[in-house]
Structure formats: structure tokens, C-alpha cells
Design a protein around this ligand. Structure first.
Ligand code: HEM
Ligand code: SF4
Length: 574
């Protein structure tokens, strides 16, 4: 990351640092740790009240949850080395309760750190070029990207060089440290959107124009929370050379006009909605035309250098088809299921992308024990050039596995309890922590996810049902992305009782859609029945290979609404 001296203008193209830090960055992160150590000491000595301490801790990703502090660690564009993963495991053992929680924004959260230990944790992170800066607060947050970046068969360009450029530009950016509200940017470089670009403050799609040049489609004003919006196209094609200057112009407009009077209306999505995309476009273009673009001058060599950090690993020259894989699939139905569900096509012949599910049946979505983190690090070293990714679906990706090695990898994963073959299926549920941890929660989320997962525990049946995204949030803040779940579940509290609203038809991809409510809230116990009814109707109605979401779109919500209600005719309130 680039550390900006606040007295100087941002230095977008300064010290070229891609994935590997240089000494300047290391020094910056260490200074921040030392500074925070002093603030923690003053808090512990009573020299700072919790109120006074709050802004300092939030600048370092430290929240106060229901029962304890929570530390949110940034994993830029979701890319991790095995060494970093091992360090995350060590921290979990030494200073937490032996596990961590991978989130929908490619971060890792520790739920039980003691305040006195946090500076040591940050020091341990700094040793492996990690930190928790800008994982909280009204600034530009961790930049996220497609978790299949650089390896996806449908990719135009690896989005991580762009994401790294944005990270350098936005890290410690003085002018954008106190925005009206937090700001989230996601980048994708593939045909299929795996980064949910339409539900971010800014979503960038790498595209090519008619002349074959690479640039960006800029989408703005998407977001979930209490008022969900699908982002709108601000620029259809932005040349790469203009990227940083143009985003600077967007952020300036937002910083100037975003509402600071009402925290619930402060996100850029509200500004875009209230002002209109055409007017916002005019303002951004005016700012862009008038601003001094010199500090953002594009340096193609620099971009190439950063992109070099995300270069191609030394792949072997292999045939596309692996005889070993075909044989293994024929011999083991369980492995064949894993290969069919959790393995995706790779751009390199003979290789595959493996999604490791952090959603075991009945487990807590996104949680990994320290032993599992180590097993993942080992697997990355043995089978995948030491590289791992975190997905926004709260799973871990091994991006470069030889097809010949898939069986051995599967066995290793199985031994660590990491071989559940449910990627994208009904038990691959995104869930926020809800009332089990979160101070803002109005209902539980984790036990609901567990109950649904247990109800559909038969993996064969899950496969028959096919891709189906269930997403659960424990309050209207929508951290569990429920608005964009094919089935969304929102936990609320009504007269002291937890009540769950079910939405249908949400989609986080380029066909983005906000789910529609299908009826009054149901009790926690009723949720699995309602899901079961919806799934049954889908199975009865689907045509050929139609996914749940397609059937939903074709036959309409009304039918599903009726199916959900059937069970409630006895007055159970569905
Ligand atoms: C201390 C725990 C947490 C707190 C206090 C918290 C708070 C919030 C709040 C207040 C919002 C609403 C933002 C808005 O509408 O302006 C939000 C949104 C969001 N949070 Fe959390 N959250 C927490 C944990 C998590 C976790 C564990 C995840 C991931 C699993 C997460 C991911 C998100 C995402 C993806 C949004 C999306 C909504 C959007 O920005 O459009 N948060 N969070
Ligand atoms: S959706 Fe609500 S309950 Fe869940 S983590 Fe976010 S703020 Fe907490």
C-alpha cells in the first residue's frame, strides 16, 4: 500500500507496490501499529474514555460487539499467501478462540480479541504485510475483486492490478478519510460477475471497446442495507488512463454532496437516487474536466509492473484432459460429486479452480478453525503455488490445482473437514453473525443457516436442486446480502419475538435484482419449512436445466408466495 503524507497531495503512482510491500509500506504499517499501541495503553490506563477511544479503534478495524471486541483484518482483493494464512491461524490460537470468520467483503474477523492484545495482533499481521486499516470508518474500504481473478476461463483481464492501483490510491487518502459514509469498490474482469459489482458504491467492469482497447464500465450507487439499490452505469467506457482521476472526481462529488445530516441517507446510493444518475454524471464529468489531473497521470509501465505481481505461476504443460481425474471420478461417487460441484474451469490446460466450502452441514457459515486454516495453507503449498483466495460467498478458493492432483487434494481437505461438496448449492448459505455476536442484530442468523443446512443435509438432493443462493441477515443492515439472495431471509424482532421475512428473486450478478417480499414474517422454527415449500414448487415447475432463479422469473413470485403460505393455513402466521 502507499502511505500518503497527509500534507502532500495523494500520490497515485508513487512507489510501485503490487502485492509485495516495500520498506516504505512496511514502515507505514508499523508506525500505525505503534501509534495504536499508545492509544490502547491510554485507554487501558483510563486516560481515554470509550467514547474518546472509539475513533482510534475504528481507524484500526476494531469494533465493539455484543460480547467482546471484534477485529476486522483486510484481505485485499481476497488474495492470500499460505504464509499469511498460517499467520491468521496463529493469531486465532494465541489471541482468540482458535477460529476466524471469513466475511462477504473478503475480510477476516476475530470475534474474541482482548483489547490489551490487539496491538500485538496487529504487529503479528504487519510481519506478514497485513493490517486492519480502513476496514472500518467512513473511508474507502478494502477493495474487493473476483475471487477467480487471473485464472477464470471467462476472463478478459485479471482485475487485481486495477484493484491494487485503487488500493494504493485510496489507502490513507487524506481527502477521503472522512466521507459522509463508508465506501466500497469492487472490480471484475470477467464475463460472469463474481464480485457483485452492481451492489457496490462503485463497481468496475473491465471491458474492451470497439477499437479493442481495455477500459472500464463504471457503475455507481449500488448497495444493500436498509435501502437497497442496484448500481447505475455512470460511464460505459472509461479509458484506463483516466481511471484514478475519474474515481477521484466521483469521490469528490460524493464527499461534497453526500448527505451528512442523516446517517441512513449518507451512502452514495442515496445521492444517486435523490439527484438522478444524469445529474450526477454531469457533476462528475464537470469535476473531471476541471480538476488538475497531473497527480493522477497514468503510467503504463507502472501498471504493467503492478500487473506483474499477479503474473502467471510456472504452470506445467499439460493436456486439457486428465486421465487420473477421470479414473478417480469413476471410482468414487463422493469425489465425482466434489469435482462436479466445487471445481471450476481454469484458463490453463490441465488445471482447475477449487472452491473449498466453509459451509459444512450444520456449521457456521464462513468460520474456519486454526487447524483448517493451516490445512488450507498446506494444501495451497502442496497443490497450488502457495496461493489462496477468499470469496464473497465466504468460501476459500485454491486457484491453481492440477487436475491430476484433485483426488489427493480432496482427501486432504476431507481429513480437515473441508470437503463438503456444496459450492453454490442450497447449504452454501451466506449469513451474517446476527444476534450471536452483533450489537445491531434484531434476530439470530447463524442458527437459521444451520437449521436450513441440516434440513437439506443430503448432498445428492442438493445437487438435484442445483444452484440456489440463500442469504441471511440478522437486521436491516443487510450484511448477509439477503436482498440479493435467490431466497433472502431477514431477521427482525416483533414484540420481543424473532420474525423472519422471506424475499425471493434477488440476484447479485450482472442481472442484478433485489428480492421481493413474499409475505408476512415467519417464526425461526418455520423458516426451514418455508424454504422446503419453495424448493418443492421449483422442482415441480422447473423446465430442463432451469435454475431456481430462472423458474422464479418465469412463473412469477405469486405462485411461490402461495406455496409458502400453504403451510400457514393453520394460522401459524405465514
Ligand atoms: C461488528 C459487526 C458488524 C457491524 C456493526 C456491521 C454494520 C453494518 C452496517 C451498519 C451496515 C449498513 C450500511 C449502510 O446501509 O450504510 C452494514 C452493511 C454491510 N455489512 Fe456489516 N456489520 C458487521 C458485520 C459484518 C459482517 C460479519 C459482514 C460479512 C459477513 C458484513 C458485511 C457487510 C456488507 C456486505 C454490507 C452491505 C451493505 C452495503 O454496504 O450496501 N458486516 N454493516
Ligand atoms: S446484518 Fe445486522 S445483525 Fe447482521 S452483522 Fe450486519 S449489522 Fe449485524
Amino acid at each position: 500500500m502507499t502511505a500518503h503524507d497527509p500534507t502532500l497531495p495523494p500520490r497515485p503512482n508513487a512507489a510501485p507496490i503490487g502485492y509485495a510491500y516495500d520498506e516504505h509500506d512496511r514502515a507505514f504499517v508499523r508506525e500505525r501499529v505503534a501509534e495504536f499501541r499508545g492509544q490502547v495503553e491510554r485507554r487501558l490506563a483510563g486516560a481515554l474514555t470509550e467514547e474518546e477511544f472509539r475513533p482510534f479503534r475504528l481507524m484500526n478495524g476494531l469494533y465493539l460487539q455484543l460480547h467482546a471486541y471484534m477485529l476486522r483484518v483486510a484481505i485485499p482483493y481476497g488474495t492470500l499467501t499460505s504464509r499469511q494464512m498460517r499467520r491468521l491461524a496463529e493469531i486465532a490460537d494465541r489471541w482468540d478462540k482458535g477460529y476466524g470468520h471469513f466475511t462477504t467483503r473478503q475480510n477476516l474477523q476475530y470475534n474474541w480479541p482482548k483489547l490489551v492484545d490487539v496491538p500485538d495482533i496487529l504487529e503479528a499481521l504487519a510481519d506478514v504485510d497485513m493490517h486492519a486499516i480502513q476496514t472500518s470508518g467512513n473511508c474507502i474500504r478494502n477493495v474487493t475483486a473476483d475471487h477467480f481473478a487471473g485464472v477464470a476461463a471467462d476472463e478478459i483481464e485479471d482485475p487485481r492490478a486495477t484493484a491494487e492501483f485503487l488500493r494504493q490510491w485510496s489507502s490513507a487518502h487524506a481527502e477521503f478519510s472522512f466521507l459522509p459514509r463508508k465506501f466500497k469498490i469492487a472490480v471484475t474482469g470477467a464475463e460472469h460477475d463474481r464480485a457483485a459489482v452492481k451492489v457496490h458504491d462503485i463497481g468496475l467492469r473491465i471491458v474492451t471497446n470497439d477499437a479493442g482497447e481495455i477500459g472500464y464500465e463504471v457503475i455507481v450507487g449500488g448497495g444493500l442495507g436498509r435501502t437497497p439499490f442496484i448500481g447505475k452505469v455512470l460511464r460505459e467506457f472509461l479509458p484506463r488512463a483516466d481511471l484514478l482521476a475519474f474515481l477521484e472526481a466521483v469521490l469528490r462529488v460524493y464527499n461534497r454532496f453526500g448527505r451528512r445530516d442523516n446517517k441512513y441517507k449518507a451512502r452514495i446510493k442515496i445521492l444517486v437516487h435523490e439527484t438522478g444518475i444524469d445529474e450526477i454524471r454531469a457533476q462528475v464529468e464537470a469535476e473531471f474536466a476541471a480538476m488538475d489531473r497531473a497527480p493522477f497521470a497514468y503510467d503504463g509501465e507502472e501498471f504493467a509492473r503492478v500487473a506483474g505481481f499477479f503474473g502467471t505461476p510456472p504452470y506445467e504443460d499439460l493436456p486439457e484432459r486428465s486421465e487420473a481425474l477421470e479414473k478417480a471420478k469413476a471410482e468414487s461417487a463422493a469425489f465425482a460429486a466434489f469435482a462436479a460441484v466445487n471445481v471450476a474451469p481454469h484458463r490453463q490446460a490441465g488445471y482447475a479452480i477449487v472452491t473449498v466450502s466453509l459451509k459444512p452441514i450444520g456449521g457456521i457459515p464462513g468460520d474456519a478453525t486454526s487447524a483448517q486454516m493451516r490445512a488450507l495453507a498446506d494444501a495451497a503449498d502442496t497443490y497450488g503455488f502457495g496461493e489462496l483466495r477468499v470469496s464473497h460467498e465466504q468460501n476459500i478458493i485454491l486457484p491453481h490445482v492440477k487436475k491430476d492432483d484433485l483426488l489427493a487434494l480432496w482427501r486432504d481437505l476431507d481429513a480437515a473437514g473441508l470437503a463438503t461438496a456444496n459450492a453454490g448449492l442450497v447449504s452454501d448459505i451466506i449469513s451474517c453473525p446476527g444476534l450471536d455476536y452483533c450489537a445491531l442484530a434484531t434476530a439470530r442468523s447463524i442458527p437459521i443457516a444451520q437449521a436450513i443446512s441440516k434440513r437439506f443435509s443430503d448432498l445428492e438432493r442438493q445437487r438435484q436442486i442445483g444452484p440456489l443462493g440463500i442469504k441471511i441477515s440478522g437486521c436491516i443492515n443487510a450484511c448477509g446480502h439477503h436482498h440479493v439472495g435467490a431466497i433472502g431471509i431477514l431477521g427482525l424482532e416483533k414484540k420481543g419475538v424473532e420474525s423472519y421475512q422471506i424475499t425471493l428473486g434477488g440476484d447479485p450478478t450482472l442481472d442484478a435484482a433485489i428480492g421481493e417480499l413474499i409475505g408476512p414474517g415467519v417464526s425461526a422454527e418455520e423458516v426451514p419449512d418455508v424454504i422446503e415449500n419453495l424448493v418443492e414448487l421449483y422442482l415441480a415447475e422447473r423446465q430442463e436445466a432451469e435454475r431456481f432463479i430462472d423458474t422464479c422469473r418465469r412463473i412469477g413470485h405469486k405462485r411461490f408466495k402461495e406455496s409458502a403460505r400453504r403451510e400457514g393455513e393453520d394460522g401459524s402466521g405465514i
